[in-house]
Design a binder for this molecule. Sequence first.
Ligand SMILES: Nc1ncnc2c1ncn2[C@@H]1O[C@H](COP(=O)(O)OP(=O)(O)OP(=O)(O)O)[C@@H](O)[C@H]1O
Ligand SMILES: [Mg+2]
Length: 246
Amino acid sequence: MALLELKNVTKRFGGLVAVNQVSLEIDKGEFVGIVGPNGSGKTTLFNVINGVFFPEEGTVTFEGRDITRLPPFKRAPLGIGRTFQIPRPFASATVRENIAVGAMFGTQGRSLNVDGSLQIADQIIERVDLTAHRDKPAGALTPVEKKLMEIARSLAMKPKLLLMDEAMAGMHPNDIDQMVSFIKRVAEEENIAIVAMVEHIMRAVVGLAEKVIVLHQGSKIVDAPTKEALEDPKVVEVYLGHAPED
Ligand SMILES: Nc1ncnc2c1ncn2[C@@H]1O[C@H](COP(=O)(O)OP(=O)(O)OP(=O)(O)O)[C@@H](O)[C@H]1O
Ligand SMILES: [Mg+2]
């Protein structure tokens, strides 16, 4: 059984079809890259997976359970975590507190008190090397540090599936490489499936993903092992700005 399964999912905004009849499967512990030009439906797809939007058509199944109409706050404890395209930390709270909030809303949230959440935060802080910033207000971090904190916060949820929406955009290539190997290591150790949106950073996709899904105008046009996907003529065409033929 796949960890996550989408069947014929369609999400419209008025007359605009943002996600068009998309079906896909993500396995436990799998690394998947989502690729597609601006406006191709990547963020909308994530929002359908984590419950921000309900699709007009189709179903979303997580560990065999139909979650199509479950709100986000009920999906997070099941193990669906995400990072945001634009990090939204609680600016006046400390890095440690921000990460502890992740733990509280995650899979262990029910059994955690505040101290337990802070302990998990401390473990993750050490792992992502934010120790020097632990007690700073999150608002005082640099953009790269904020991305790192965002990733730490989502890992503190102990998710089974982590959706990463351009978590590395704007980072220096060296930082990206470091981040990629770090995320890969943690995901392997904890058997977390990662779906990462990294369209502007092909080198990160290649380093991260076992499989690549390509969206174009809301439709899935490619779903294949990374190397094969990136060599697919449809992908080249999409990135050159031509419509894919078929
Ligand atoms: N809340 C919304 N209301 C109306 N239209 C929306 C909304 N969110 C997205 N759209 C539209 O849906 C389409 C898909 O947008 P989406 O943000 O999912 O694309 P994306 O692939 O994430 O793009 P980007 O690479 O720019 O982040 C776009 O045409 C966008 O304008
Ligand atoms: Mg987006």
